[in-house]
Ligand binder design. Structure first.
Ligand code: A3P
Length: 308
């Protein structure tokens, strides 16, 4: 990993691409950017946002939605994978960026400080940030790291992590796109300062009351659900289509690799709130809780740790 602007970026090649995106990406007024720390619900929000934005435009009746035939990572391009020249990802070349349909949807794990200035200053371009409680995020990252990141390491320099080792590194912030709290708090502060520009979403809230939060998302991107759509059950259809149980069942999400070379199915594990309780020892809970209190103090940000 490489440390830059106080955050840890994965590997030299992806880091180089991140710098290129920081320098060369030109945001448009209509762009929608999903930002997140890894394993906080990015794939889910990709699917939900795509479904909201593309509903009822005559192109995709729900039963023909591209979500049923394409992995969410293929429907929403990741900013740090765009090839600005010399990159190794084949997902999308920078010359194709202008051809994407409007609104262009992107996702990114890049921390706020490292985002392209054009995203920050472009009036209409909006950011949707999703976060998740640190306990469940930690467990999800640990599983993902041991299953996927090690496989991707062509040079085979990475070793499996014990839960305890990962915990220590996590504490120091030495994790992909870490430190976690700083990543989250930077976007949180931006959402408070400019709520029209940054919408802050929590995984646990989406799980608990998806209807309310789908409406928030649709309002934020200025595509509100009409009363007629609500009574037709459009919101419920989107929620059901993008639910983890449905996504897991789709052939397209069961087989093959995404553009970053990761098994598509690796993005759908349990999708629960509170599963961390089966992993953390009492001393770990105490340490994590203390860190959380310390980092969040004065920010007004809180997390739900268990499902109600
Ligand atoms: P778990 O590992 O806790 O199951 P990301 O997309 O940011 O990589 O996050 C992955 C996490 O989101 C995984 O959590 C995954 O199971 C969960 N997830 C993926 N799709 C989901 C969905 N449709 N609904 C709820 N959770 C989902």
């Amino acid at each position: 990993m490489i440390q830059y602007q106080s955050f840890w970026f994965p590997g030299y090649r992806l880091f180089k691409n991140t710098l290129k995106s920081q320098k060369h990406f030109k945001a448009k007024d209509t762009d929608l950017i999903i930002a997140s720390h890894p394993k906080t619900g990015t794939t889910w929000l990709n699917a939900l946002l795509f479904a909201i934005v593309n509903r009822d435009n005559g192109n995709h009746p729900m039963n023909e939605s591209p979500i049923l035939s394409q992995h969410p990572h293929h429907l929403v391009n990741r900013l740090e994978d765009v090839n600005f020249g010399g990159g190794f990802f084949n997902q999308l070349s920078s010359s194709q960026l202008d051809d994407l349909p409007s609104p262009r949807l992107f996702s990114t794990h890049i921390p706020y400080v490292t985002l392209s200035e054009s995203i920050k200053t472009c009036d209409g371009c909006r950011i949707l940030y999703i976060c998740r409680n640190p306990f469940d995020t930690f467990v999800s990252q640990w599983h993902f790291y041991n299953k996927v990141v090690i496989d991707l390491d062509g040079e085979q320099t990475l070793k499996p992590y014990t839960f305890e080792q990962f915990f220590e590194d996590w504490f120091e912030g030495r994790i992909l796109f870490g430190p976690f709290f700083e990543h989250v708090i930077d976007y949180w502060m931006q959402s408070l300062a400019n709520p029209k520009k940054v919408l802050f979403l929590k995984y646990e809230d989406l799980k608990e009351n998806p209807t309310i939060h789908l409406k928030r998302i649709a309002d934020f991107v200025e595509m509100p659900f009409s009363l007629e759509e609500e009574s037709r059950g459009v919101i419920r259809e989107i929620i059901d289509m993008c639910s983890i149980n449905n996504m897991k069942k789709l052939d397209v999400n069961k087989n093959g690799l995404n553009y970053s070379g990761v098994e598509k199915k690796a993005y759908f594990r349990k999708g629960e709130v509170g599963g961390w309780i089966n992993y953390f020892t009492p001393p770990m809970i105490e340490r994590m809780d203390r860190l959380m209190q310390q980092k969040l103090q004065g920010t007004g940000l809180t997390f739900k740790l268990i499902s109600e």
